[in-house]
Write a protein that binds this ligand. Structure first.
Ligand code: ATP
Ligand code: MG
Length: 195
């Protein structure tokens, strides 16, 4: 089973994440994509705005009814931040018959050399890199051993970020169609990002 892992803060999940996952699924022939929200680091100034349960709730709302997508809360069961390399080691132990691909946007492609224990991680998973406005998805500047573990997949550029959605909400602006309707309903119901 080929399994894509889409890690992120998902604060909130938006159309860019969903399209990236779908492009990766189809182009790389993945059987499933698992959306994996990151844990909330305690007392950090850049900690997510919404608590973990709501970030997971929004992911679940966004992917409901898509049989290829599921939510993987493994990083939320730990206190504080997790390193991707440790999470993937755990997932490989839990699911030894699966091959994992780690899906990332172009901003993360460029940042890969700075990931903790990146060579250990690159030995466990392959990366799928997708275009994102403002960043180059080109792997040419990566060290050779990393370059060969990134598969670049085309995607219509979607100029949406969670930061933009939080800002718009806090200014009372509509985020309809930037997030799926079910996510918008969840945000409104729980009065998220109003300030
Ligand atoms: P924030 O603005 O809070 O950083 P974000 O929109 O970047 O939020 P993240 O949760 O940080 O979302 O991203 C999770 C993953 O999704 C990352 O690999 C990121 O590169 C990718 N991603 C996010 N938005 C897009 C987009 N519009 N197009 C392609 N990839 C994206
Ligand atoms: Mg981001």
């Amino acid at each position: 089973m080929l399994t894509g892992i889409m890690g992120g803060t998902f604060d909130p999940i938006h159309t860019g994440h969903l399209l990236a996952a779908e492009r990766a699924r189809e182009e790389a022939g993945l059987d499933e994509v698992w959306f994996m929200p990151a844990g909330t680091p305690p007392h950090k100034p850049n900690a997510p705005k919404a608590p973990a349960r709501h970030r997971l709730g929004m992911v679940e709302a966004a992917i409901a009814g898509n049989r290829y997508f599921r939510a993987e809360p493994i990083e939320l069961h730990r206190d504080g931040p997790s390193y991707t390399v440790d999470t993937m080691k755990e997932l490989k132990e839990l699911y030894p018959d699966r091959d994992f691909y780690y899906i990332i946007g172009a901003d993360m492609v460029q940042y890969l050399p700075h990931w903790v224990r990146i060579n250990e991680l690159a030995a466990m998973v392959r990366f799928i890199g997708l275009a994102r406005p403002g960043y180059s998805a080109d792997t040419g500047s990566l060290p050779a051993e990393l370059r060969s573990s990134v598969i670049s997949i085309p995607m219509p550029q979607v100029d949406i970020s969670s930061t933009m959605i939080r800002d718009m909400r806090s200014r009372g602006r509509s985020v309809k169609y930037l997030v799926p309707d079910a996510v918008l309903a969840y945000i409104e119901e729980n009065r998220l990002y109003e300030s």
